[in-house]
Ligand binder design. Structure first.
Ligand code: SF4
Length: 499
């Protein structure tokens, strides 16, 4: 499927995007602090659950089963939602989804209020609305911070996690003209509350995302912590819910599993303060017009790949981002997509075509921390390796053969196949590295294409003596003895005392 906008054509170059961020000490400090806090809370509430691993397995099974019968459950959802008075719209790609919403969002005030939705970020809906003369107003505090700062989200659950409260205060002072504002969390929350109150009361159209779409009832579920979602779901006349087709769960009772897994993994809470489920239209109660826009945007392509389809099990908790050592160094903006961190490294290339996102599957150390915390057990490291394979096999064969990494690997193979060559290479390496060793004793910069290794980290030089050389040079080695015990320790068995 062809890219649908200029924004979708731009290549995502993770190493280039990450480089300036690695030099931003403030940003790195903010990201590390925020992810540490969330991880600490998550650890405590997960430790309270003796059946956590069984719960994860139940979550995995619900999501995997849903993907196996996705067509069945989507049609069931459409039928039940329509029967309850809702309207379901199908969007093949981001442009079609935005077009549908633009038609539905027209209203005399020229404004819409929005609940945090990563799917609308994926389609660039805010830009499309603004271009059509409709002002989108984000009502989630973190999304409001991102919007007022003309910034981009850097985390699925906490989009403004890269900012600290002093920076948020400065932003609010500037954007809301509030010179007396303090920087305590309650001051900032109050300022946002006052700013948003009038919008809630006077805007007739709301746009929401969805955490889950329930096939059995045709209902939509949103969990949130601030109450802004509840306001958007009850006050406006018209509600447009926007969701990827992967957000389906089969039964209402599946929420029992999901609503235990999601808040614990996302924010380290036992339960979200606001859990809203709405189904269709009810006269005299809440929005009187209800639409659901179901977005494909290559999700069906992902579903076709048996080794990567697990990606669609994701419930967007962000736990993998908090645990990822790469994300914790760079923050989310380096990923060039609304989906950052490990989930972004596997989802974005698949949604944005592999040609654009080739660098993302390499934005990982494959340490497995993401897999361990994922509440629905997505094997992210395996999918990363699979996608790396797709990157390589997608290249023409002559390029594959001549790629510097491939040539280096062939050279390594040739060297490791012979002990003599290996020893010679060690000796040569010790001599060749000398000009690059700094007074600190570390190699701070390697030449040419090897320089990538030392761009953001120092390298320990090859030791002057290898383990084998040390072993053979020991005095006992020359006498033929194989004892490795230090001289002061007797190798005789201890004497058994007689009674
Ligand atoms: S991949 Fe797993 S841990 Fe990461 S956001 Fe999705 S559900 Fe959460």
């Amino acid at each position: 499927m062809a890219p649908t906008s200029e924004r979708e054509r731009q290549p995502l170059d993770f190493p280039s995007a990450a480089l300036p961020l690695l030099h931003d000490a403030q940003l790195r400090g903010n990201v590390r602090h925020a992810t540490d806090v969330i991880q600490g809370k998550r650890f405590r509430v997960v430790a309270e659950m003796p059946d956590w691993q069984s719960l994860r397995e139940a979550g995995r099974q619900v999501r995997a089963h849903t993907l196996d019968y996705l067509d069945v459950y989507l049609e069931q959802f459409e039928q039940r939602c329509t029967a309850a008075g809702g309207h379901v719209h199908w969007a093949r790609d981001t442009a079609e989804a935005n077009r549908i919403v633009l038609q539905l969002a027209q209203n005399p005030t020229g404004r819409v209020i929005k609940i945090k939705s990563m799917t609308t970020e994926e389609t660039g809906l805010n830009h499309a609305l603004e271009a059509a003369g409709i002002q989108p107003i984000e009502t989630d505090l973190a999304e409001l911070i991102v919007q007022l700062g003309h910034d981009k989200p850097s985390h699925i659950v906490a989009p403004a996690l890269h900012k600290n409260r002093h920076q948020v205060r400065e932003l609010f002072v500037r954007a809301m003209n509030l010179p007396d504002l303090g920087d305590r969390p309650e001051d900032l929350a109050e300022a946002a509350r006052v700013y948003l109150r009038q919008q809630f009361l006077s805007t007739p159209v709301a746009i929401s995302g969805a955490n889950f779409l329930i096939a059995e009832t045709g209902g939509v579920c949103i969990v949130e912590s601030e109450g802004n979602g509840r306001m958007c779901l009850t006050l406006p006349q018209k509600l447009i819910s926007f969701a990827g087709i992967d957000k389906i769960i089969p039964r209402f009772s599946d929420l029992e599993v999901m609503l235990q897994l999601l808040p614990r993994s996302a924010t380290g809470e036992r339960m979200n303060p606001y859990n809203s489920v709405w189904t269709g239209v009810h006269p005299g109660d809440g929005p009187q017009e209800f639409h659901v826009v179901l977005l494909d945007n290559r999700r069906t392509e992902v579903l076709r790949d048996p080794e990567a389809r697990e990606t669609l099990q994701c419930i967007r908790c962000g736990a993998c981002q908090n645990a990822c050592p790469v994300y914790r160094q760079t923050g989310g903006h380096a990923y060039g997509s609304v989906y950052a961190g490990p989930i972004g490294a596997i989802l974005t290339p698949q949604l944005a075509l592999m040609e654009r996102g080739q660098s993302l599957p390499y934005a990982s150390t494959l340490c497995g921390a993401c897999y361990e915390v994922c509440p629905v057990k997505i094997n992210i490291p395996e999918i990363l390796i699979h996608l790396r394979g797709r990157v390589v096999t997608g290249r023409p064969s002559y390029l594959r053969a001549l790629h510097p990494e491939a040539m280096m690997m062939r050279g390594m193979q040739w060297m490791f196949l012979s002990e003599t060559r290996f020893r010679l290479a060690q000796r040569f390496g010790r001599i060749a590295q000398r000009p690059w060793i700094r007074r600190s004793g570390w190699i701070e910069r390697l030449p040419s294409i090897l320089g990538g290794w030392t761009r953001t980290r120092d390298l320990r030089p090859l030791p002057q003596q290898s383990f084998r050389e040390w072993f053979q040079a020991r005095p006992s080695a020359s006498t033929g003895s194989h004892s490795t015990l230090p001289p002061q320790v007797s190798s005789e068995p201890p004497e058994v005392p007689h009674g």
